[in-house]
Design a protein around this ligand. Sequence first.
Ligand code: CMC
Length: 422
Amino acid sequence: MANDSLTITDNRTGKTYELPLKHGNIKAMDLRQIKADEKDFGVMSYDPAFLNTAACESRITFIDGDQGILRYRGYPIEQLAEKATYLESAYLLLYGSLPDKDQLATFTARIAKHTFIHENMKKFMEGFRYDAHPMSMLVSSIAAMSTFYPDARNVDDPEVRELMAIRLIAKMPTIAAYAYRHTNGLPFVYPDNDLSYTANFMNMLWKMAEPKFQANPVLARALDILFILHADHEQNCSTSTMRVVGSSQADPFLAMAGAAASLSGPLHGGANEEVLRMIDEIGTVDHIPDFIASVKQGERKLMGFGHRVYKNYDPRAKVIKETADSVFAVTGRNPKVDIAREIEKIALSDEYFVKRRLYPNVDFYSGIIYEAMGFRPEMFTVLFAIPRTAGWLSHWEEQCKDGDTKISRPRQVYLGPDQRDI
Ligand code: CMC
Protein backbone atom coordinates (compact mmCIF):
# COMPACT_ATOMS: atom_id res chain seq x y z
CA MET A 1 0.00 0.00 0.00
CA ALA A 2 1.44 3.40 -0.99
CA ASN A 3 2.42 5.76 1.81
CA ASP A 4 1.00 8.78 0.04
CA SER A 5 -2.55 7.49 -0.05
CA LEU A 6 -5.67 7.36 2.04
CA THR A 7 -7.57 4.17 2.80
CA ILE A 8 -11.32 4.47 3.15
CA THR A 9 -13.62 1.70 4.28
CA ASP A 10 -17.26 1.94 3.25
CA ASN A 11 -19.15 0.50 6.22
CA ARG A 12 -22.26 -0.01 4.05
CA THR A 13 -20.49 -2.58 1.89
CA GLY A 14 -17.35 -3.43 3.86
CA LYS A 15 -15.29 -2.51 0.78
CA THR A 16 -11.97 -0.72 1.12
CA TYR A 17 -10.64 1.91 -1.31
CA GLU A 18 -7.17 3.37 -1.62
CA LEU A 19 -7.19 7.00 -2.74
CA PRO A 20 -3.91 8.56 -3.87
CA LEU A 21 -2.80 11.78 -2.18
CA LYS A 22 -1.34 14.59 -4.30
CA HIS A 23 0.30 17.39 -2.32
CA GLY A 24 -1.47 15.84 0.67
CA ASN A 25 -4.98 16.02 -0.81
CA ILE A 26 -7.39 13.59 -2.42
CA LYS A 27 -9.18 14.25 -5.68
CA ALA A 28 -12.87 14.70 -4.95
CA MET A 29 -13.66 12.71 -8.12
CA ASP A 30 -11.87 9.69 -6.61
CA LEU A 31 -14.70 9.49 -4.09
CA ARG A 32 -17.16 8.70 -6.83
CA GLN A 33 -15.94 5.11 -7.14
CA ILE A 34 -17.31 4.53 -3.63
CA LYS A 35 -20.81 3.19 -4.23
CA ALA A 36 -23.39 1.50 -2.04
CA ASP A 37 -24.45 -0.61 -5.06
CA GLU A 38 -24.15 -0.64 -8.84
CA LYS A 39 -26.89 1.94 -9.34
CA ASP A 40 -25.49 4.35 -6.77
CA PHE A 41 -24.12 7.66 -8.14
CA GLY A 42 -21.10 7.46 -5.83
CA VAL A 43 -19.95 9.53 -2.87
CA MET A 44 -19.52 13.29 -3.17
CA SER A 45 -18.19 15.71 -0.58
CA TYR A 46 -20.74 18.18 0.80
CA ASP A 47 -19.06 21.53 1.28
CA PRO A 48 -21.27 24.60 1.11
CA ALA A 49 -19.12 27.75 1.09
CA PHE A 50 -16.05 25.65 0.19
CA LEU A 51 -14.82 25.42 3.76
CA ASN A 52 -12.45 22.59 2.88
CA THR A 53 -12.35 22.40 -0.89
CA ALA A 54 -9.35 23.41 -3.01
CA ALA A 55 -10.76 24.52 -6.36
CA CYS A 56 -7.39 24.96 -8.09
CA GLU A 57 -3.64 24.69 -7.79
CA SER A 58 -2.09 28.15 -7.58
CA ARG A 59 1.40 29.63 -7.43
CA ILE A 60 0.43 33.24 -6.70
CA THR A 61 -0.35 33.91 -3.05
CA PHE A 62 0.37 31.93 0.11
CA ILE A 63 -1.51 32.36 3.38
CA ASP A 64 -0.87 30.57 6.64
CA GLY A 65 -3.94 31.54 8.63
CA ASP A 66 -2.75 30.09 11.93
CA GLN A 67 0.52 31.96 11.89
CA GLY A 68 -0.77 35.13 10.22
CA ILE A 69 1.50 34.86 7.16
CA LEU A 70 0.75 36.37 3.75
CA ARG A 71 3.15 36.21 0.79
CA TYR A 72 2.82 37.23 -2.86
CA ARG A 73 4.89 34.88 -5.03
CA GLY A 74 6.95 34.06 -1.94
CA TYR A 75 7.60 37.64 -0.78
CA PRO A 76 6.23 38.51 2.71
CA ILE A 77 3.60 41.24 2.58
CA GLU A 78 5.50 43.28 5.19
CA GLN A 79 8.57 43.47 2.92
CA LEU A 80 6.53 44.44 -0.11
CA ALA A 81 4.73 47.14 1.89
CA GLU A 82 8.07 48.51 3.03
CA LYS A 83 10.18 48.20 -0.10
CA ALA A 84 7.96 47.89 -3.17
CA THR A 85 5.36 49.99 -4.95
CA TYR A 86 1.88 48.92 -5.94
CA LEU A 87 2.83 48.68 -9.62
CA GLU A 88 5.85 46.49 -8.76
CA SER A 89 3.56 44.27 -6.70
CA ALA A 90 1.02 44.12 -9.51
CA TYR A 91 3.78 43.11 -11.92
CA LEU A 92 4.94 40.49 -9.42
CA LEU A 93 1.46 39.02 -9.16
CA LEU A 94 0.90 39.00 -12.91
CA TYR A 95 4.30 37.79 -14.12
CA GLY A 96 5.67 35.86 -11.13
CA SER A 97 8.80 37.90 -10.33
CA LEU A 98 9.60 41.46 -9.32
CA PRO A 99 10.43 43.67 -12.32
CA ASP A 100 13.94 44.94 -12.98
CA LYS A 101 14.38 48.65 -13.80
CA ASP A 102 13.63 48.28 -17.53
CA GLN A 103 10.69 45.94 -17.02
CA LEU A 104 9.19 48.35 -14.50
CA ALA A 105 9.66 51.32 -16.82
CA THR A 106 7.96 49.46 -19.69
CA PHE A 107 5.13 48.22 -17.48
CA THR A 108 4.56 51.69 -15.96
CA ALA A 109 4.53 53.29 -19.42
CA ARG A 110 2.05 50.70 -20.70
CA ILE A 111 -0.24 51.32 -17.73
CA ALA A 112 0.01 55.10 -18.18
CA LYS A 113 -0.88 54.77 -21.88
CA HIS A 114 -4.18 53.07 -21.06
CA THR A 115 -5.47 55.28 -18.22
CA PHE A 116 -7.97 57.17 -20.38
CA ILE A 117 -11.46 55.81 -20.86
CA HIS A 118 -13.61 56.24 -23.97
CA GLU A 119 -15.63 59.46 -23.97
CA ASN A 120 -18.79 57.40 -24.27
CA MET A 121 -17.88 55.69 -21.00
CA LYS A 122 -17.87 59.15 -19.44
CA LYS A 123 -21.36 59.77 -20.82
CA PHE A 124 -22.44 56.36 -19.56
CA MET A 125 -21.25 57.26 -16.07
CA GLU A 126 -22.96 60.66 -16.23
CA GLY A 127 -26.22 58.73 -16.52
CA PHE A 128 -26.05 57.41 -12.97
CA ARG A 129 -28.25 59.07 -10.36
CA TYR A 130 -26.50 61.69 -8.26
CA ASP A 131 -26.73 59.46 -5.17
CA ALA A 132 -25.74 56.14 -6.81
CA HIS A 133 -23.42 54.06 -4.66
CA PRO A 134 -19.86 54.34 -6.05
CA MET A 135 -19.39 50.58 -5.84
CA SER A 136 -22.51 49.99 -7.96
CA MET A 137 -21.24 52.55 -10.47
CA LEU A 138 -17.88 50.80 -10.53
CA VAL A 139 -19.33 47.33 -11.09
CA SER A 140 -21.63 48.53 -13.88
CA SER A 141 -18.86 50.53 -15.54
CA ILE A 142 -16.42 47.61 -15.52
CA ALA A 143 -19.10 45.54 -17.27
CA ALA A 144 -19.84 48.40 -19.69
CA MET A 145 -16.17 48.47 -20.75
CA SER A 146 -16.71 45.07 -22.33
CA THR A 147 -18.79 46.84 -25.00
CA PHE A 148 -15.78 48.97 -26.01
CA TYR A 149 -13.32 46.08 -26.35
CA PRO A 150 -14.93 43.27 -28.37
CA ASP A 151 -11.46 41.73 -28.86
CA ALA A 152 -11.48 40.94 -25.13
CA ARG A 153 -13.56 37.89 -26.02
CA ASN A 154 -10.44 36.24 -27.49
CA VAL A 155 -9.52 34.80 -24.13
CA ASP A 156 -7.37 32.08 -25.70
CA ASP A 157 -4.92 34.66 -27.05
CA PRO A 158 -2.19 35.40 -24.44
CA GLU A 159 -1.41 38.81 -25.98
CA VAL A 160 -5.06 39.84 -25.80
CA ARG A 161 -5.22 38.68 -22.19
CA GLU A 162 -2.15 40.70 -21.28
CA LEU A 163 -3.46 43.83 -23.00
CA MET A 164 -6.81 43.53 -21.21
CA ALA A 165 -5.04 43.12 -17.87
CA ILE A 166 -3.02 46.29 -18.54
CA ARG A 167 -6.19 48.11 -19.61
CA LEU A 168 -8.10 47.12 -16.50
CA ILE A 169 -5.30 47.99 -14.06
CA ALA A 170 -4.88 51.34 -15.86
CA LYS A 171 -8.54 52.28 -16.09
CA MET A 172 -9.78 51.26 -12.66
CA PRO A 173 -8.54 54.45 -10.92
CA THR A 174 -10.11 56.55 -13.69
CA ILE A 175 -13.50 54.88 -13.33
CA ALA A 176 -13.26 55.04 -9.54
CA ALA A 177 -12.40 58.74 -9.61
CA TYR A 178 -15.23 59.47 -12.07
CA ALA A 179 -17.66 57.69 -9.74
CA TYR A 180 -16.40 59.85 -6.87
CA ARG A 181 -16.63 63.09 -8.86
CA HIS A 182 -20.11 62.18 -10.07
CA THR A 183 -21.27 61.67 -6.49
CA ASN A 184 -19.91 65.10 -5.62
CA GLY A 185 -21.37 66.79 -8.71
CA LEU A 186 -17.90 67.73 -9.93
CA PRO A 187 -16.55 67.66 -13.50
CA PHE A 188 -14.41 64.67 -14.38
CA VAL A 189 -10.64 65.19 -14.38
CA TYR A 190 -8.68 63.44 -17.11
CA PRO A 191 -5.70 61.25 -16.16
CA ASP A 192 -2.30 62.92 -15.93
CA ASN A 193 0.32 60.49 -17.13
CA ASP A 194 3.23 62.44 -15.65
CA LEU A 195 2.08 61.33 -12.22
CA SER A 196 2.57 58.06 -10.38
CA TYR A 197 -0.29 55.55 -10.21
CA THR A 198 -1.60 56.79 -6.86
CA ALA A 199 -0.74 60.49 -7.40
CA ASN A 200 -2.66 60.39 -10.70
CA PHE A 201 -5.62 58.84 -8.90
CA MET A 202 -5.50 61.57 -6.24
CA ASN A 203 -5.31 64.20 -8.98
CA MET A 204 -8.43 62.81 -10.66
CA LEU A 205 -10.22 62.78 -7.30
CA TRP A 206 -9.30 66.12 -5.83
CA LYS A 207 -8.06 68.53 -8.50
CA MET A 208 -10.14 71.70 -8.54
CA ALA A 209 -9.11 74.95 -10.26
CA GLU A 210 -5.35 74.59 -9.75
CA PRO A 211 -3.34 73.59 -12.85
CA LYS A 212 -1.82 70.56 -11.12
CA PHE A 213 -2.98 68.95 -7.90
CA GLN A 214 -0.02 68.43 -5.59
CA ALA A 215 -0.60 65.11 -3.88
CA ASN A 216 1.05 65.00 -0.49
CA PRO A 217 3.85 62.43 -0.97
CA VAL A 218 3.23 60.84 2.44
CA LEU A 219 -0.45 60.31 1.61
CA ALA A 220 0.35 59.08 -1.91
CA ARG A 221 2.76 56.54 -0.42
CA ALA A 222 0.23 55.52 2.27
CA LEU A 223 -2.36 54.91 -0.45
CA ASP A 224 0.22 52.92 -2.40
CA ILE A 225 0.90 50.77 0.68
CA LEU A 226 -2.82 50.19 1.15
CA PHE A 227 -3.01 49.18 -2.52
CA ILE A 228 -0.15 46.68 -2.02
CA LEU A 229 -1.93 45.16 1.00
CA HIS A 230 -5.17 44.74 -0.94
CA ALA A 231 -3.66 43.46 -4.19
CA ASP A 232 -4.35 39.76 -3.68
CA HIS A 233 -5.60 37.26 -1.14
CA GLU A 234 -5.70 33.91 -2.95
CA GLN A 235 -9.10 32.19 -3.35
CA ASN A 236 -11.32 34.72 -1.54
CA CYS A 237 -14.96 35.22 -2.52
CA SER A 238 -14.33 37.76 -5.30
CA THR A 239 -11.30 35.95 -6.76
CA SER A 240 -13.27 32.74 -6.78
CA THR A 241 -16.04 34.62 -8.59
CA MET A 242 -13.47 35.80 -11.14
CA ARG A 243 -12.41 32.22 -11.67
CA VAL A 244 -15.97 30.88 -11.84
CA VAL A 245 -17.15 33.48 -14.36
CA GLY A 246 -13.83 33.24 -16.24
CA SER A 247 -14.18 29.46 -16.45
CA SER A 248 -17.08 29.91 -18.87
CA GLN A 249 -14.65 31.89 -21.09
CA ALA A 250 -16.56 35.14 -20.53
CA ASP A 251 -14.43 38.17 -21.34
CA PRO A 252 -12.29 39.61 -18.50
CA PHE A 253 -14.35 42.81 -18.15
CA LEU A 254 -17.49 40.78 -17.48
CA ALA A 255 -15.67 38.31 -15.24
CA MET A 256 -14.19 41.19 -13.29
CA ALA A 257 -17.56 42.92 -12.96
CA GLY A 258 -18.71 39.70 -11.28
CA ALA A 259 -15.66 39.71 -9.02
CA ALA A 260 -16.19 43.35 -8.04
CA ALA A 261 -19.88 42.67 -7.34
CA SER A 262 -18.81 39.91 -5.02
CA LEU A 263 -16.34 42.23 -3.30
CA SER A 264 -19.07 44.78 -2.61
CA GLY A 265 -20.83 42.63 0.01
CA PRO A 266 -20.43 43.59 3.70
CA LEU A 267 -18.97 40.21 4.60
CA HIS A 268 -16.17 40.75 2.07
CA GLY A 269 -14.74 44.07 0.82
CA GLY A 270 -17.84 45.99 1.88
CA ALA A 271 -16.82 45.42 5.51
CA ASN A 272 -14.56 48.50 5.55
CA GLU A 273 -17.58 50.75 4.93
CA GLU A 274 -19.56 48.92 7.62
CA VAL A 275 -16.75 49.31 10.18
CA LEU A 276 -16.95 53.09 9.93
CA ARG A 277 -20.73 53.03 10.22
CA MET A 278 -20.39 50.80 13.27
CA ILE A 279 -17.83 53.12 14.90
CA ASP A 280 -20.08 56.11 14.17
CA GLU A 281 -22.99 54.28 15.74
CA ILE A 282 -20.96 53.40 18.84
CA GLY A 283 -20.01 57.06 19.07
CA THR A 284 -17.95 57.09 22.25
CA VAL A 285 -15.68 54.69 24.09
CA ASP A 286 -18.13 54.24 26.97
CA HIS A 287 -20.71 52.70 24.58
CA ILE A 288 -18.34 49.89 23.52
CA PRO A 289 -19.21 47.39 26.31
CA ASP A 290 -22.93 47.53 25.38
CA PHE A 291 -22.08 47.08 21.74
CA ILE A 292 -19.81 44.10 22.45
CA ALA A 293 -22.57 42.58 24.60
CA SER A 294 -25.01 42.80 21.68
CA VAL A 295 -22.42 41.10 19.42
CA LYS A 296 -22.01 38.29 21.94
CA GLN A 297 -25.76 37.84 22.10
CA GLY A 298 -25.71 37.24 18.35
CA GLU A 299 -27.65 40.41 17.57
CA ARG A 300 -24.95 41.70 15.25
CA LYS A 301 -21.41 41.18 14.05
CA LEU A 302 -18.32 43.05 15.00
CA MET A 303 -17.43 44.28 11.52
CA GLY A 304 -13.76 44.14 10.57
CA PHE A 305 -13.25 41.14 12.83
CA GLY A 306 -12.90 37.48 11.94
CA HIS A 307 -11.70 35.74 8.83
CA ARG A 308 -12.27 32.45 7.08
CA VAL A 309 -8.54 31.76 6.83
CA TYR A 310 -6.79 33.87 9.49
CA LYS A 311 -7.17 32.51 12.98
CA ASN A 312 -4.49 34.92 14.11
CA TYR A 313 -3.83 38.63 13.62
CA ASP A 314 -4.29 39.54 9.92
CA PRO A 315 -0.76 40.67 8.89
CA ARG A 316 -2.30 43.36 6.69
CA ALA A 317 -4.08 44.90 9.69
CA LYS A 318 -0.71 45.19 11.45
CA VAL A 319 0.83 47.13 8.55
CA ILE A 320 -2.28 49.32 8.28
CA LYS A 321 -2.05 50.24 11.97
CA GLU A 322 1.53 51.41 11.40
CA THR A 323 0.59 53.31 8.23
CA ALA A 324 -2.15 55.13 10.16
CA ASP A 325 0.43 57.05 12.19
CA SER A 326 2.18 58.43 9.09
CA VAL A 327 -1.18 59.50 7.65
CA PHE A 328 -2.33 61.16 10.89
CA ALA A 329 0.97 63.09 11.03
CA VAL A 330 -0.23 64.85 7.86
CA THR A 331 -4.01 64.92 8.24
CA GLY A 332 -4.33 65.15 11.98
CA ARG A 333 -5.50 62.27 14.12
CA ASN A 334 -8.84 60.69 13.28
CA PRO A 335 -10.38 60.36 16.77
CA LYS A 336 -12.22 57.24 15.62
CA VAL A 337 -8.97 55.34 15.90
CA ASP A 338 -9.30 55.56 19.71
CA ILE A 339 -12.68 53.84 19.56
CA ALA A 340 -11.27 51.21 17.18
CA ARG A 341 -8.25 50.53 19.42
CA GLU A 342 -10.49 50.20 22.48
CA ILE A 343 -12.83 47.80 20.63
CA GLU A 344 -9.79 45.74 19.66
CA LYS A 345 -8.45 45.74 23.23
CA ILE A 346 -11.78 44.65 24.72
CA ALA A 347 -12.45 42.04 22.04
CA LEU A 348 -9.00 40.47 22.19
CA SER A 349 -9.38 39.85 25.90
CA ASP A 350 -12.99 38.64 25.76
CA GLU A 351 -13.62 34.92 25.87
CA TYR A 352 -16.22 35.05 23.03
CA PHE A 353 -13.64 36.38 20.56
CA VAL A 354 -10.68 34.48 22.00
CA LYS A 355 -12.51 31.14 21.80
CA ARG A 356 -13.52 31.75 18.19
CA ARG A 357 -10.10 33.15 17.31
CA LEU A 358 -11.55 36.39 15.98
CA TYR A 359 -8.93 39.09 15.29
CA PRO A 360 -9.07 42.41 13.44
CA ASN A 361 -8.87 41.90 9.69
CA VAL A 362 -7.70 44.20 6.89
CA ASP A 363 -10.94 46.15 6.94
CA PHE A 364 -10.86 47.12 10.61
CA TYR A 365 -8.42 50.04 10.40
CA SER A 366 -8.32 50.84 6.66
CA GLY A 367 -11.50 52.95 6.70
CA ILE A 368 -10.17 55.15 9.49
CA ILE A 369 -7.16 56.00 7.34
CA TYR A 370 -9.28 56.52 4.23
CA GLU A 371 -11.57 58.83 6.16
CA ALA A 372 -8.60 60.85 7.45
CA MET A 373 -7.47 61.20 3.84
CA GLY A 374 -10.83 62.67 2.88
CA PHE A 375 -12.88 59.72 1.59
CA ARG A 376 -16.45 59.04 2.61
CA PRO A 377 -17.30 55.44 3.62
CA GLU A 378 -19.11 54.77 0.30
CA MET A 379 -15.75 54.96 -1.45
CA PHE A 380 -13.89 52.53 0.78
CA THR A 381 -14.75 49.34 -1.10
CA VAL A 382 -13.92 51.06 -4.39
CA LEU A 383 -10.48 51.70 -2.91
CA PHE A 384 -10.23 47.97 -2.24
CA ALA A 385 -11.32 47.04 -5.77
CA ILE A 386 -8.71 49.18 -7.55
CA PRO A 387 -5.69 47.21 -6.30
CA ARG A 388 -7.48 43.85 -6.15
CA THR A 389 -7.73 44.13 -9.95
CA ALA A 390 -4.12 42.87 -10.16
CA GLY A 391 -5.00 39.83 -8.04
CA TRP A 392 -8.18 39.02 -9.95
CA LEU A 393 -6.38 39.20 -13.28
CA SER A 394 -3.38 37.17 -12.10
CA HIS A 395 -5.72 34.38 -11.05
CA TRP A 396 -7.67 34.64 -14.27
CA GLU A 397 -4.43 34.42 -16.27
CA GLU A 398 -3.25 31.45 -14.20
CA GLN A 399 -6.58 29.74 -14.77
CA CYS A 400 -6.54 30.42 -18.53
CA LYS A 401 -3.15 28.66 -18.74
CA ASP A 402 -4.04 25.78 -16.41
CA GLY A 403 -4.62 22.49 -18.24
CA ASP A 404 -6.96 21.37 -15.43
CA THR A 405 -9.39 24.25 -16.05
CA LYS A 406 -12.92 23.28 -16.89
CA ILE A 407 -16.15 25.22 -16.60
CA SER A 408 -17.03 25.59 -12.89
CA ARG A 409 -20.09 23.58 -12.15
CA PRO A 410 -20.69 22.31 -8.60
CA ARG A 411 -22.94 19.42 -7.75
CA GLN A 412 -25.88 19.49 -5.35
CA VAL A 413 -27.52 17.15 -2.90
CA TYR A 414 -31.09 17.07 -4.17
CA LEU A 415 -33.64 16.84 -1.35
CA GLY A 416 -36.78 17.95 -3.21
CA PRO A 417 -39.79 15.83 -4.13
CA ASP A 418 -39.52 12.73 -6.30
CA GLN A 419 -41.37 12.83 -9.60
CA ARG A 420 -45.03 13.71 -9.08
CA ASP A 421 -47.80 14.13 -11.63
CA ILE A 422 -49.99 17.15 -12.26
N1 CMC B 1 -18.47 39.19 14.99
C1 CMC B 1 -19.04 38.32 15.85
N2 CMC B 1 -18.97 36.99 15.71
C2 CMC B 1 -18.30 36.51 14.66
C3 CMC B 1 -17.68 37.35 13.72
C4 CMC B 1 -17.78 38.73 13.93
N3 CMC B 1 -17.21 39.60 13.08
N4 CMC B 1 -17.08 36.61 12.76
C5 CMC B 1 -17.32 35.33 13.09
N5 CMC B 1 -18.05 35.27 14.23
C6 CMC B 1 -18.48 34.06 14.95
C7 CMC B 1 -19.59 33.36 14.20
O1 CMC B 1 -20.85 33.84 14.64
C8 CMC B 1 -19.34 31.93 14.59
O2 CMC B 1 -19.80 31.75 15.91
P1 CMC B 1 -20.46 30.35 16.35
O3 CMC B 1 -19.37 29.34 16.23
O4 CMC B 1 -20.93 30.56 17.75
O5 CMC B 1 -21.57 30.09 15.39
C9 CMC B 1 -17.82 31.82 14.61
O6 CMC B 1 -17.38 33.15 14.93
C10 CMC B 1 -17.21 31.35 13.33
O7 CMC B 1 -17.61 32.26 12.29
P2 CMC B 1 -18.09 31.86 10.85
O8 CMC B 1 -19.21 32.76 10.46
O9 CMC B 1 -18.33 30.38 10.79
O10 CMC B 1 -16.79 32.19 10.02
P3 CMC B 1 -16.69 32.33 8.45
O11 CMC B 1 -15.36 31.86 8.09
O12 CMC B 1 -17.85 31.68 7.78
O13 CMC B 1 -16.85 33.90 8.21
C11 CMC B 1 -16.31 36.17 7.98
C12 CMC B 1 -15.77 34.76 8.02
C13 CMC B 1 -15.18 37.11 7.59
C14 CMC B 1 -17.41 36.28 6.94
C15 CMC B 1 -16.85 36.54 9.38
O14 CMC B 1 -15.82 36.50 10.32
C16 CMC B 1 -17.51 37.91 9.39
O15 CMC B 1 -18.68 38.02 9.03
N6 CMC B 1 -16.78 39.00 9.80
C17 CMC B 1 -17.32 40.34 9.74
C18 CMC B 1 -17.26 40.88 8.35
C19 CMC B 1 -15.85 41.23 7.93
O16 CMC B 1 -15.12 41.89 8.66
N7 CMC B 1 -15.46 40.82 6.70
C20 CMC B 1 -14.16 41.13 6.13
C21 CMC B 1 -13.33 39.89 5.99
S1 CMC B 1 -11.61 40.24 5.62
C22 CMC B 1 -11.53 41.08 4.13
C23 CMC B 1 -12.28 40.49 3.02
O17 CMC B 1 -12.53 39.30 2.90
O18 CMC B 1 -12.62 41.26 2.14
